[in-house]
Write a protein that binds this ligand. Structure first.
Ligand SMILES: O=P(O)(O)OP(=O)(O)OP(=O)(O)OC[C@H]1O[C@@H](n2cnc3c(O)ncnc32)[C@H](O)[C@@H]1O
Ligand SMILES: [Mg+2]
Length: 166
């Protein structure tokens, strides 16, 4: 099974490699066609779908997978959210959401000022490229859950729906 992942982010690529261990996995840097910092479940999900469609359309006899991180509000509190999409060769779209956790109010203010979470997390944690390593979810769970592990769960949900629908 050939699968193209719509990102060059290693946390996303490794998540797909783990779930489709027997697949032929490649990656493609595609546009999400949503804001660089998605600000709702709908926008984040749309970004994942847009990535997956571009990937599926770029390959014969294969599938596209898009994974997108974003933020959204519950009771006016900012949460990290994550969405994935799998698009089959015949155009069927499966989606699933991943874990979400509360983000500090100071991060909410910085994102509302137009910053991207990836940049905010690096300065907040005084680390480099958090987005490609433990992720915000890793920082705020004391590394109990990494960004790759979170995306692995999302990809399992996608694969499970695809297998059920086959
Ligand atoms: O290369 P791509 O696939 O775009 O990966 P990315 O790290 O930019 O991640 P997304 O586009 O999926 O996420 C949209 C924005 O939210 C940020 N983001 C989302 N989840 C994050 C996390 O767990 N840790 C750090 N930044 C995160 C990310 O850096 C972007 O600025
Ligand atoms: Mg991005």
């Amino acid at each position: 099974m050939k699968i193209i992942v719509g990102s060059k982010n290693p946390t996303k690529i490794k998540a797909v490699q783990e779930v489709f261990a027997n697949g032929v996995i490649s990656s493609l840097d595609v546009e999400s066609h949503v804001a660089a910092q998605p600000f709702s479940d709908e926008e984040t999900r749309k970004g994942a779908i847009n990535r997956a469609i571009q990937c599926a359309e770029s390959i014969r006899n294969g599938m596209g997978i898009g994974l997108e991180g974003g933020v959204m509000y519950v009771d006016n509190r900012l949460f990290l959210c994550n969405w994935g999409a799998l698009v089959t060769q015949n155009g069927t779209i499966y989606t699933a959401s991943g874990a979400r956790i509360l983000l500090p109010e100071e991060i909410n203010q910085q994102l509302k000022s137009g910053m991207e979470l990836g940049d905010v997390m690096d300065s907040y944690s005084k680390k480099h490229d958090v987005r490609k390593k433990e992720g915000a979810i890793g920082i705020f769970t004391n590394d109990l859950v990494s960004r790759q592990e979170m995306f692995t769960h999302v990809v399992r949900l996608l694969r499970g729906q695809w297998e059920y629908g086959k």
